[in-house]
Write a protein that binds this ligand. Structure first.
Ligand code: KG4
Ligand code: ZN
Length: 340
């Protein structure tokens, strides 16, 4: 197969990212400019600030990705850009930048669904422990757990998705972020809760698990409210022991339902492997809980590729480019875009 080099651009939320990927599996560069410090005072992403920060960062981030990959514009075969789902103002920056450079440099433009990007991270060769590094046989089951999404997806082939279940309310990462705020932990909440939970007792509080029997859907709002009720009486006098125990009990409740449904679906659809994707898949308790319930391989990406990045967009874009997918200059953002 001829050698393909694709520049990926990702600006759907609060990371401005650009990467160059060769042949859909080899990372030549992967640059992420995080806005975490900018949004931390708000305990969540402030959309207006995010789009302004993307505008400032996008040019330098793309230039850095090319420089680190030791390639010039002339060495590229295509530009892949996230056009949804995400924050409209943030997506617009990446899509318009990508259109501008594609037009100026005479390169084809490939539209990429951010969620599909999270799936294709498993086709990147990283050599990390637990990584699939490509070589996957279909069907596979993908659990996408991020700040905006919680989807259990059956993938029967490249680009073929069946969403088996989703969250009915909060996304798993959103629940981590909100509970972290209740516990006065830092933003983003996922890593902060994981750290606090390390010294806590996961059985200290008997928190509700929404099982939604007979479906592959999830619900985390009841769990979040239960934590709020336990926290409220303390006011701002939460002791570290209570924080650690609540963090551990909350993490156990979330990971248990995620792992249970994933195992049920993996068995029902006789998949060859399970792929964990998205920011929450960085969570070690989740990885352990899923692996403990499954006999098929469970693949995870290295931490830097679990959260938003452009290498996954370039990898997915390469598959779509090979399949003949191209965007016209009328490409618009689709903030509510879904899989399949
Ligand atoms: O995939 P991602 O970077 O962005 C979205 O597309 O949403 O995911 C970000 C989410 C945040 O909610 C963050 O709290 C969560 O992933 N997260 C974690 C961990 N690291 C990041 N949640 C649980 N445990 C972690 N270690
Ligand atoms: Zn994401």
């Amino acid at each position: 197969m001829e050698r393909l080099r694709v520049l990926g651009i990702e600006t759907s939320c609060d990371e401005t990212a650009a990467a160059v990927v060769e042949n859909g599996d080899t990372i030549l560069s992967n640059v992420v400019s995080s806005q975490i410090a900018l949004h931390a005072p708000y305990g969540g992403v402030f959309p207006e600030l995010a789009s302004r920060a993307h505008l400032e960062a996008i040019g330098p981030v793309v230039e850095q990705a090319l420089a680190e990959a030791h390639v010039g514009w002339g060495d590229l075969d295509a530009i892949a850009v996230t056009y949804g789902p995400g924050l409209p103002g943030s997506l617009l920056v990446g899509v318009n930048y990508a259109k501008g450079v594609a037009l100026a440099r005479g390169l084809p433009l490939v539209p990429v669904n951010h969620l599909e990007g999270h799936v294709y991270v498993h086709w990147l060769k990283t050599g990390a422990p637990g990584a699939a590094d490509g070589g996957l046989e279909f069907p596979v089951l993908v659990l996408i757990v991020s700040g905006g999404h919680t989807d259990l997806v059956l993938m029967r082939g490249h680009g073929q998705y069946e969403v088996l279940g989703s969250t009915l309310d909060d996304a798993a990462g959103e629940a981590f972020d909100k509970v972290a705020r209740m516990l006065h932990l830092s933003y983003p909440g996922g890593p902060a809760i994981e750290q606090a939970a390390a010294t806590g007792n996961p059985n200290a509080y008997d928190l509700p698990r929404a099982r939604l029997q007979g479906t592959y859907n999830f619900s985390f709002s009841g769990l979040k409210t239960a934590v709020l009720r336990l926290v409220q009486p303390y006011g701002d006098k939460l002791r570290p022991r209570v924080v650690a125990d609540l963090a551990a009990s909350f993490q156990a409740a979330v990971t248990e339902v995620l792992a249970e449904k994933t195992a049920q679906a993996a068995e029902a659809f006789r998949v060859r492997a399970v792929l964990l994707s998205g920011g929450v898949s960085a969570n070690k308790a989740l990885r352990m809980a899923v692996r403990a319930r499954l006999t098929v391989p469970v693949y995870t990406a290295p931490l830097s590729l679990c959260t938003d990045n452009a290498a996954m967009i370039a990898a997915c874009g390469t598959y779509r480019f090979r399949a003949g997918v191209r965007a016209g200059w009328e490409l618009d953002v689709e903030p509510g875009l879904r899989l399949a």
